[in-house]
Ligand binder design. Structure first.
Ligand SMILES: Nc1ncnc2c1ncn2[C@@H]1O[C@H](COP(=O)(O)OP(=O)(O)O)[C@@H](O)[C@H]1O
Ligand SMILES: [Mg+2]
Length: 285
């Protein structure tokens, strides 16, 4: 049985006050337990669209419903309990004078019992490895720690849906791995997860559904397999499938789309059954 719809966009268009039409007529259903990656060139409308999911933006025309309620007349503070949005730049959402207060801000605003707030803050500090930084000013943190703090703030309201706008931008490999590990955990716990990213290997490794945006519209949609098999179409949208997918293609694999390195290794070993020792010359193919 299909999962219930948690967010529904019906013919959504959005015009910024300066006249830029960032979103054109988008209709989209997001289901409970989805793990969606939005991809697309800069300026294709990804951030504008996801800001509609917690009411930060309201459609100029069309409608967005979140758990069956129209966002048009709902406050962001109300919708944020259902849909947590982690800004691309953590500095856009941090303003308290220390890490613990920053995490406590949301639940305090919602008048949650102070003892419960304290317990929640403690468990999140522990979970996100921020315990030693509890009294530090957010702006004294490294970018990686600020990004983890931004995730911590979203966790503090325990929403059903999490939206991460470019969560790994500016992170090194291990920082990215650590953030994606946290996001995967949320999904494993049953949360609906939406990420925006330019990192195609991350999309291939983590997401279950890919939505490609172009000029304010959805240009392509499907599983990572379906989307990354359309190499030429992606190219026409200035996007590239993961290197491993392109390599498999270049080596003649046309019957399926390889997305992961272990798959590629199996494929290579089946096709070229030789043991390659380090430093040895590769067999001529
Ligand atoms: N605050 C704003 N005011 C006016 N135009 C904006 C604003 N934010 C974004 N835009 C424009 O809207 C379009 C979509 O931008 P955005 O949603 O940020 O795309 P993406 O997240 O895919 O990079 C772009 O043309 C961008 O310049
Ligand atoms: Mg953006």
């Amino acid at each position: 049985m299909p999962e219930p719809v948690v967010i529904q966009c019906r013919e959504v268009s959005f015009l910024y006050p300066n006249g830029v039409q960032a979103i054109h007529n988008i209709s989209l259903s997001i289901y409970r337990g989805d793990y969606i990656a939005f991809v697309g060139q800069n300026g294709s409308g990804k951030t504008t669209l996801v800001k509609h999911f917690n009411g930060l933006l309201k459609p100029s025309t069309g409608s967005v419903t979140v758990f069956g309620e129209e966002t048009r007349d709902k406050k962001v503070s109300y919708l944020s309990r259902k849909v947590g949005y982690v800004f691309q730049n953590p500095d856009d959402m941090l303003f308290s004078s220390n890490v613990a207060d920053e995490i406590a801000y949301g639940p305090r605003m919602l008048k949650v019992d102070p003892e419960l707030v304290e317990a929640k803050v403690e468990s999140i500090l522990q979970e996100l490895d921020l315990k030693n930084l509890r009294d530090t000013h957010p702006f004294a943190l490294s970018l990686g720690d600020r990004q983890r703090l931004a995730v911590a703030c979203a966790l503090s309201l325990d929403p059903e849906v999490f939206v991460f706008d470019e969560p790994t931008t500016g992170q090194d490999f291990f920082g990215s791995q650590s953030i994606m590990g946290l996001i995967d955990e949320l999904h494993q716990k049953g949360k609906t997860v939406i990420i925006i990213t330019h990192d195609m290997p991350i999309v291939a490794e983590h997401a279950q559904r890919v939505i490609v945006m172009n000029k304010g519209e959805i240009a392509l949609e499907g599983s990572p397999q379906e989307v990354f098999s359309q190499v030429e179409k992606l190219q026409s949208l200035s996007l590239k499938a993961p290197q491993v997918t392109l390599l498999a293609r270049a080596l003649g694999e046309s019957s399926r789309t390889i997305l992961h390195i272990p798959e590629m290794v199996d494929w290579l070993q089946a096709r070229f059954p030789v043991t390659i020792k380090s430093g040895e010359e590769l067999p001529h193919v």
